[in-house]
Write a protein that binds this ligand. Structure first.
Ligand SMILES: [Zn+2]
Length: 271
């Protein structure tokens, strides 16, 4: 009876471990997706900033083209008129005007070079951003297409674990189950732990000899006096581990433990 209860509690513990992992996955996956989503939003924002800059630069380029053409036309006209000018004063005035128009256009040429360079830089920035974005997008798409599938699978598994859990619960007397749930709600996993060489595997502290003796008797389910977790003597489930029992007599071969626990054969208190 005792043995069976311990076994069922361990099954319950395993089921609960799996449930925790699945719940975590169900919770984390959408967060991961949301993270990628917000990354993409930031990319889009940066992209539109670059586009805005490109618009301004192109506008500037167009304006400069127009102004250069316009003033070049004026210069050409003046050159033609120059031949027909009668007096020197008018001639000089026209020359001065042409000079200043040419100077303006030279400045515009320089400005155009600067604008072209900036356009190249912004184009490069766009290309880089596009590349980064496509990487993230790929990740996002892959995650999104598998997410629903993964979630559905996890939920299905959860349901089957829920059924398995119910079955295990039935095999454990309500007061003990109550203790199990009580500990589970208040403490970190695991709830039920083995004891080997008198050491609790939950808190790694030696339990007092009288408790250890009682535990080895295997009459009722005990808690670790230190961490309160449910404890069992590992040798009860894996008889090949049997330590030299402090209490001689009582070690009746409660043996055939279908090593339902963990296959870790010679588990020497892995700390
Ligand atoms: Zn403990």
């Amino acid at each position: 009876m005792y043995q069976k209860q311990i076994e069922q509690l361990i099954v319950l513990q395993q089921v609960d471990d799996e449930i925790l992992i699945l719940r975590d996955e169900i919770e984390q996956a959408p967060k991961e997706l949301a993270g990628l989503e917000s990354q993409m939003e930031k990319f889009t924002e940066r992209r539109s900033q670059i586009d805005e800059k490109l618009d301004i630069l192109n506008e500037q380029q167009k304006r400069l083209d127009f102004e250069i053409d316009e003033d070049a036309g004026k210069i050409k006209k003046s050159k033609n008129k120059l031949m027909m000018v009668g007096n020197t004063k008018e001639y000089h005035a026209m020359m001065r005007e042409m000079d200043s128009l040419e100077k303006l256009n030279r400045m515009r040429d320089e400005e155009q070079v600067a604008v072209s360079e900036e356009l190249v830089r912004q184009d490069e920035a766009t290309a880089n951003l596009t590349e980064e974005m496509s990487g993230v997008k790929e990740q996002y798409d892959a995650l999104k297409t598998t997410l629903d599938e993964r979630l559905a699978k996890a939920k299905k598994k959860l349901e089957s674990l829920g059924r398995k859990r119910k079955k295990s619960c039935k095999a454990v007397p309500p007061p003990i189950l109550g203790r199990y749930e009580f500990i589970r709600e208040r403490m970190e996993n695991p709830v039920i732990v083995p004891v080997t060489d008198g050491v609790c595997h939950g808190c790694h502290i030696m339990i007092p000899p009288q408790n250890y003796n009682e535990l080895q008797e295997g009459q009722q389910i005990l808690s670790c006096p230190n961490c309160q977790r449910l404890i069992y003597w590992k040798a009860h489930l894996e008889p090949e581990l049997k330590e030299k029992p402090e209490k001689k007599a009582k070690a009746k071969p409660k043996a055939k433990a279908k090593a339902k626990a963990k296959p870790k054969a010679k588990a020497k208190a892995e700390k």
